[in-house]
Design a binder for this molecule. Sequence first.
Ligand code: ZN
Length: 86
Amino acid sequence: MDHEKDDSDRLKPCPFCGGAAEVDCVRSEGGDDPNEGGYFIACLACDCSTGLRFACGEDPIPLLMETWNQRAVQEHGRPEVWPLKA
Ligand SMILES: [Zn+2]
């Protein structure tokens, strides 16, 4: 009996509001944003997000997904997912 691991490439709902989330990347129009090129996962409904992770020799997206999904299943304490700062 094999256990399928298809969940590893899917994002769980937002830990705060249950909304859908997606991977995004910081882009600055002027090119002077120190966070430019950083990847994060953000809730489409309430704009909470993971911290930024930069691609340093490996694809950051699977790591972000793991972080997000682990936070999403925590039932106690505050998830380490922060509201976006405008
Ligand atoms: Zn949310």
